[in-house]
Design a protein around this ligand. Structure first.
Ligand SMILES: [Zn+2]
Length: 372
């Protein structure tokens, strides 16, 4: 087992929060560092603040993973005389690479908004505002029946999920024909002789992003010198992904009771809400961080309530006009939950990818900038 490099962790994180999902204005990814540097310790935090960077360097981490980007707009200089330049210099001098997430992790299936939905008791949640739909490709491979199970296992990691089902494949029997030519070393049959062999046609759906890796795995698992396979682009679309989530509470509650419950589960020192305290809440929309821009999407989708942070006065008035209740649980309380979640997932994903000797820890140096 080998120690991962920064580039390996970029690949692992890209599977959890694919960069392609990020909003066009966003800037997630490897922001500082050396892709070839080995990583034995990773720290996960919400914000790349000076305290967090100090904490990562003093705990001998070579990689810091944060939810919010450090570099957001183009910068003209890296001077220690300004706060951003000082953080960049500190990270480079401390041998610390920084990978940031953001809207790619907000949107990702199993990402921050799914974690928030679980935390606040929303089940069977769906995206509130669709931002992308996965492109699907059908992969068909022809092979001897003896190698069918081996091929399925090799391709399972690349299959597109179909609703709540995974590992979906279909196989049919058939007959393959070929005549090996001079120089061939056929798996069955002989050079110069026409062969008719029983074969299987295995078909399955993969996402367009996985095509090259799936083909590589197929070629490694196929016994033939010249594996026969087809890739078909499809008009049917895969999983819909997007910002925010909407779902139902397992038990309806009044707005005031639910607000009190959220204050506890999110460890928020206080929260504000808009709407009748006695209104019955069952359908809930949510968006971690700043999600007031989804207010009308939530109302259109029939939500009783939108849970988010950073709500302004006129947005509260707009929600009243729409008959939508709002809970402003704060930017920090709705997003700090990513730290334990990402640390756990990243640790598991590193092991699952076959790496060892790389610990992942949660940053303990962060606090909400707002005090009550
Ligand atoms: Zn945020």
């Amino acid at each position: 087992m080998k120690t991962p490099k920064v580039a390996d962790l970029v690949g692992i994180i890209n599977k959890i929060a694919p960069l392609a999902l990020a909003e066009a204005w966003d800037n997630p990814g490897l922001q500082i560092g050396d892709p070839a540097a080995e990583v034995t310790r990773v720290m996960v935090a919400l914000d790349p603040t000076p305290d967090v960077v100090d904490s990562a360097i003093s705990s001998s981490s070579q990689l810091l993973v944060t939810h919010h980007p450090l570099i957001f707009k183009p910068i003209k200089s890296i001077s220690a005389a300004n706060p951003l330049g000082a953080i960049i210099q500190k990270a480079i001098k401390g041998g610390l690479s920084i990978i940031t997430l953001h809207t790619n992790y907000d949107i990702a299936d199993g990402g921050l908004n799914d974690a928030l939905a679980r935390k606040i008791g929303i089940s069977d949640s769906l995206p509130l505002k669709i931002t992308s739909t996965t492109e699907l490709v059908k992969l068909v491979v022809f092979l001897p029946v003896t190698h069918l199970d081996q091929m399925r296992s090799a391709l399972f990691p690349f299959l597109a999920r179909q609703g709540n089902y995974r590992d979906c494949t279909f196989a049919t029997d058939g007959t393959g024909t070929f005549t090996p030519l001079e120089g061939a070393e056929p798996f069955s049959g002989a050079v110069g002789h026409f062969s008719k062999v029983p074969e299987e046609r295995l078909e399955l759906l993969i996402t367009a992003a996985e095509v090259s890796r799936a083909v590589k795995a197929l070629l490694a698992a196929h016994p033939y010198e010249e594996p026969a396979f087809d890739l078909y682009p499809l008009l049917n679309k895969g999983t819909k992904l997007g910002l925010g989530r909407i779902g139902r509470l397992s038990e309806s509650s009044t707005l005031a009771e639910y607000a009190d419950r959220l204050r506890n589960v999110l460890s928020a020192p206080a929260l504000r809400y808009v709407g009748d305290p006695n209104a019955v809440i069952s359908k809930v929309a949510l968006c971690s961080g700043s999600g007031a821009s989804l207010l009308r999407d939530a109302a259109r989708a029939g939500a009783d309530l939108l849970v988010t942070g950073d709500i302004k006065y006129h947005e509260a008035r707009e929600a009243e006009d729409c008959g939508l209740a709002l809970i402003d649980a704060g930017h920090y309380p709705t997003e700090i939950i990513m730290v334990p979640e990402m640390a756990k997932r990243l640790g598991q994903a590193i092991v699952a990818a076959g790496y060892a000797g790389c610990a992942v820890e949660e940053c303990r140096a962060e606090t909400d900038p707002f005090r009550i």
